[in-house]
Design a binder for this molecule. Sequence first.
Ligand code: ARG
Ligand code: GLU
Length: 655
Amino acid sequence: MKRLLISAALLIAAITPLKADEGMWLPALISERISHMQSHGLRLSAEDIYSVNQACLKDAVVLFGGGCTGELVSAEGLLFTNHHCGYSYIQKHSSVEHDYLKDGFWALSRTEELPNPGLTVSFLERMEDVTSIILKGYKPGKMDEAQRVKIVKKNTEKLVKEAEKEGNGLKASVEALYYGNQYFLFVFREYRDVRLVGAPPSSIGKFGGETDNWMWPRHTGDFSIFRIYADSNNMPADYSEANVPYTPKKFLKISRAGVNEGDFTFVYGCPGSTQEYVHSAAVDYIANVSDPEKIALRTTRLGIMKKYMDGSQKVRIQYSSKYAGVANAWKKWQGEEKGLKKMKTVEVKKEYEKRFSAWAKGTEYEGITDNLAAIYEERNSIYRAYEYYRETVLTIERLRIASGKSFDMKDYYEPIDREMFVAMMTAFDKGLEDSYKPDYFLQKRAQYGSMEAWRDAVFASNEEAKALSDALEAYFNGPILSKVRSLSESLDLVYRDYMRAQMEFEPNKAFYPDANLTLRVAYGHVEGYSPADAIYYRPVSTLKGIIEKDNPDIFDYNIPQTLRDIYARGGFENQPVCFLATNHTTGGNSGSPVLNAHGNLIGINFDRVWEGTLSDLDFDPDVCRNISLDVRYILFIIKEIGHAAYLFDEMCFED
Ligand code: ARG
Ligand code: GLU
């Protein structure tokens, strides 16, 4: 009997994951996960995380700008986010006399805080399952998809209008989850007077630059500080001197206790997009076609930019932001491709589809995976063309300028663009069959005989540039895009059934909806990883590592002299900087609060390790790690570099 009990206990231990890892959970449904979270160390209740009746952690988290997360850290509307999330605003305030990007910025009083027209932050008021309301009037089997779309649209409009009735900055939206098997209403309150309070110099906030991006060991001080302002009723208002600091329902206490390997952590934020439940054919395309091809095309572009940037300080500044944009996804895809191949995600999915198909035989889901495979078969070549346009000819700046699109000529360097023209036109021409190119392109190609001759004509004549741009755009926006759209619609339709079927196939599995920039909770623990044989990465980096990387001759590693001086004074060798954890995050989670078991702030999420970026499609617990800035490094920089320790007066420390 005893033996039986022991083996039963072992069995339970074997099927319940030992580690809290994969998943981005809806806060409103967190009660379904709470005991699992608690068994991994959480000391809070579901109501502490999400509640509509009492102040809770969700009230301290905001969607920052269009695609980042931020968190409240004082009773007076003070907010933390990433440096790379605040970057464009810091840049707009910068000039030759006040280079806040280079030197950092610290408001010494409230009156020095800088307004940012256009920047908004949104608090989630509530979210709720509205599936039955949205699908009211829809009769499955009796109506076609177009009728369903119409009904969903009508019901959504009504619901949104109702939810926004109060005004006062309320913004509502209905989001489809699980490919439209479920609909949730999200009601946000959007504040639009958000001011810059502080930012470290880029040599700290962007330390490591592109070299260290997506990498560990990491030492980037990736934070900036803002403050939300409201009218005298604490409601959203346009910028006005009369506005007062916003009083949040809840703000985060800061923990200075530090992190240790194994500690429970959770991340509260707005992940942008994942595709965890797609067919093997989708992964096959990404791992074996899309990622490798796009990486190669971007390698060419980056090489051209770098050559000119290395030769001129002025060009480096002009192109650094563009370079960063191109390099970011380029590096991510490399990790994704490698990870998907290592995990054999395609094979594993095929195996799963075999088991699924056997189960689906004789049900309404019979043949569904074959159906998906057939649509992908048709879609992949046109989708490849779509991606090729975007990664080649549509990146040529001369064509964008000629087409009259908004373009900052201040950041234009023609020799780069001339070389880019030849490289991208050649790649486009070689990479795609002629059937994907407009007739204009084929005629001109014959007429000029070489890309160099064509380039000279395009750079000499705005008309010639505009004609080419118009032809390419028309073909891209016409035949290519419309086909891509209609095939995506067909896919989504089948996915709606496939998603539901997968949930029926594995009724005991906990499914989380793919990310769609709605608020989520991910949880895990502080942990290092092994990126390759014989290497183990410890999960915490320190100031010592910054000094080791410091090199005045390398732009990415040239730290401010004051930081060198502070270090030389001694006592800061073990100052923590960043840490790794197993939380499942993605783009959009930048700036998200990283919380300890008590819900106190221990860090700010800003990146993942590149070996783990396959987590957008397949979570590998061995290498999927999010990278956070240790909150103690933020405090250190505020005090030692910003001389802005007065900000601590309004913060609340747990210890
Ligand atoms: N990899 C991070 C993210 O995906 C940081 C990007 C900004 N930093 C950079 N060096 N490009 O957003
Ligand atoms: N840096 C990303 C962001 O801006 C987060 C990195 C990721 O997890 O993709 O959201």
